[in-house]
Write a new protein. Structure first.
Length: 76
């Protein structure tokens, strides 16, 4: 995993994505926030799912989005 700039994920992010591939954790998380820190992609925040994706959106996205901090938000 890398971007066009060559920035690579740190060990913690790699381990987290590996954990997500596990069947028991596959549907556990609703939102992930990844930022670039010290020339690495880093997991900044993650939120677990509830039964309602709309409520999760209102709970997760507004606090994760920051006008002054570029990031990748993964939401499912």
């Amino acid at each position: 995993m890398s971007t066009q700039t060559g920035i690579r994920p740190n060990q913690k992010l790699q381990e987290f994505f590996a954990k997500l591939r596990d069947g028991s954790n596959r549907d556990r998380y609703r939102m992930l926030k990844v930022v670039i820190s010290k020339e690495e992609l880093c997991l900044d925040d993650c939120e677990e799912t509830s039964n309602d994706w709309r409520k999760d959106w209102n709970r997760c996205i507004p606090k994760a989005a920051d006008n002054l901090e570029p990031c990748f938000l993964f939401y499912r």
